[in-house]
Write a protein that binds this ligand. Structure first.
Ligand SMILES: NC(=O)c1ccc[n+]([C@@H]2O[C@H](COP(=O)([O-])OP(=O)(O)OC[C@H]3O[C@@H](n4cnc5c(N)ncnc54)[C@H](OP(=O)(O)O)[C@@H]3O)[C@@H](O)[C@H]2O)c1
Length: 504
């Protein structure tokens, strides 16, 4: 079969149904280029392995994008995940997310703790709760994936505490969290491989020079707090600056850990790893590309093939993070290495390592946090006092209302009692005037149309609403005896021959 076909190709040329070879060459070249581009932009996969069973991992940003992909992989390997989330653990979407993650990874050890990184008090509350334990809790890893970014053209946003949002979430909250958790990290046994994974972004290369001093921090707090910011603020600059500051701090934090002398005098093994995951099609990137608008989203969908070709999937972007959590060679000094595409690379900026800048940044951040926390503590105390005052007033108001209602009920009761007495007297007067028969009563002195169960007709004089007996049911036979029911009978009118009622 192949031989005749090859012979016909040789003697007669290409069959008519065979596509034009030039076109074929073009198409195959295009497909190869696309495949090669996709292969290149997808980045490298993590080849490192580490037993994650029983390892306790604290993680921010584990609910979305690259963080979610990292969380899923770590959970699949058996790690015990504590997701630090903006929402409370009772949030229905979060509950569903965690249930789904547990089911997908067959790992029940996934929990959530509320930590709003836009709120220093929330960070402090969680971190102090974590370290307030004896013996110290096990802690194997901290993965700081949470980040925020204002889309281009967006307006500067401030947190409730008055700090510029990007600076707060991307840098200051991480600084605060690691600062408070430092004793918990240092208290881990010598042979525990503790890692702090800090994602960054290559935009740090274009960030304006970091001074780190108080003056620069001043620019990042709100204008209402006396900050001078606003002149050179753009979303891109704010993001890049926050990432540069985070990297500078990460380097300094490694030195801070290395400088610690353990009580057992063994070396400190905790390592900081900085990771650049590369550009990914995460919700954060999507928000940035679409500018958070519907038109932007439409354009994004139209040009999605380009996004697919040039941007990584979140799972591929997570590979460098997974490498940072698992690669065994990262235990060896020095710490605070930068990982990109699952390998160590050099920082593109020398000032990341500048100790003078790092020191200034550390000190000014400490001061800023202290200042804000003091101010917020005073506000909270004032709000608490006001709330207590309001509660007290509300309580008094309620007591007054209850008292008034009680008095009104008493007045009503007395009035009804008086009314009943008046009605009784009127009836007695009627009886005396001999009008009883005309009133349509029977020999028992009750109106004939009134059923027995309506006791108000039977005892109008003596029973108020509260004192009245339960309704009397007319039963047949001996049970229907009025005597048995404690009924008070009146004498039948005497003298009349026709009267034939019982006489008791
Ligand atoms: N995507 C990229 O192309 C790219 C490139 C380079 C570096 N990176 C870095 O990789 C990391 C992950 O990026 P991503 O694009 O996957 O992020 P993302 O999809 O935007 O997700 C951000 C995460 O941060 C959390 N977060 C935001 N504000 C928070 C707050 N105030 N308190 C607590 N959590 C908060 C979000 O929680 P909610 O779910 O509650 O919103 C979410 O889980 C970031 O550090 C980013 O800088 C990303």
């Amino acid at each position: 079969m192949p031989l005749p076909f090859l012979a016909s190709l040789y003697f007669d040329g290409l069959p008519p149904w065979f596509p034009d070879p030039i076109r074929l060459l073009k198409v195959s070249t295009a497909l190869t280029t696309i495949a090669a581009t996709k292969w290149y932009t997808s980045g490298r996969s993590n080849g490192s392995e580490r037993d994650m069973h029983g390892r306790v991992v604290l993680m921010t940003g584990g609910t979305s994008g690259i963080g979610a992909a990292t969380a899923a992989d770590l959970a699949q390997r058996g790690a015990q995940l504590v997701l630090l989330t903006r929402q409370p653990p009772t949030d229905p979407f979060l509950v569903e997310y965690i249930d789904d993650l547990r089911a997908r990874t067959a790992n029940q050890m996934i929990y959530a703790e509320q930590v709003d990184l836009a709120d220093l008090y929330s960070v402090r509350q969680f971190a102090t709760r974590w370290i307030d334990n004896a013996p110290p809790r096990r802690l194997d890893m901290i993965v700081l994936c949470a980040a925020t970014m204002v889309p281009p053209g967006g307006r500067r946003v401030e947190t409730a505490e008055g700090v510029e949002m990007t600076w707060m979430v991307n840098f200051l909250a991480n600084f605060h969290l690691l600062g408070i958790l430092s004793p918990a990290i240092r208290a881990q046994p010598f042979d525990r491989d503790v890692r702090i994974v800090v994602p960054t972004c290559s935009s740090y290369i274009s960030a304006p020079k970091l001074d780190g001093g108080e003056e620069q921090q001043q620019q990042l707090v709100g204008k209402k707090k006396g900050g001078k910011d606003g002149q050179d603020w753009t979303p891109g600059k704010a993001y890049a600056r926050s990432k540069l500051a985070l990297m500078t701090f990460a380097k300094a934090y490694q030195k801070h850990l290395d400088a610690y002398i353990r009580p057992d005098e063994l070396p400190m093994n905790a390592k900081v790893v900085i990771v650049d995951p590369g550009l990914a099609r995460s919700p954060g990137t999507r928000r940035w590309l679409t500018r958070g608008s519907l038109w932007g989203l439409l354009l994004y969908l139209v040009f999605y093939p380009f996004a697919w070709l040039f941007l990584k999937s979140c799972e591929m972007a997570a590979q460098s993070l997974l490498f940072a959590t698992m690669e065994s060679s990262l235990v060896r000094p020095p710490g605070a290495r930068l990982i990109k595409e699952c390998m160590e690379v050099d920082c593109a900026r020398k000032d990341v390592e500048d100790e003078e800048v790092a020191k200034k940044l550390w000190e000014s951040s400490d001061k800023l946090i202290e200042w804000i926390e003091k101010e917020q503590a005073v506000k909270r105390a004032r709000a608490k006092k006001e709330q207590e005052k309001k509660d007290e007033e509300a309580k008094k108001e309620q007591e007054k209302k209850d008292e008034a209602a009680k008095n009104a009920a008493q007045v009503e009761e007395i009035e009804s009692l008086l009314g009943a007495i008046k009605t009784g007297k009127a009836k007695e007067a009627q009886k005396k005037n001999g009008k009883k028969g005309k009133a349509g009563g029977n020999i028992w002195g009750r109106p004939t149309h009134s059923p027995l169960r309506n006791s108000s007709h039977c005892h109008p004089v003596f029973f108020t609403n509260k004192l009245r007996r339960p309704p009397l049911h007319v039963l047949s036979g001996s049970q229907s005896s009025p005597v048995a029911h404690g009924y008070v009978y009146q004498d039948a009118p005497r003298g009349g021959e026709k009267s034939a009622g019982p006489r008791l």
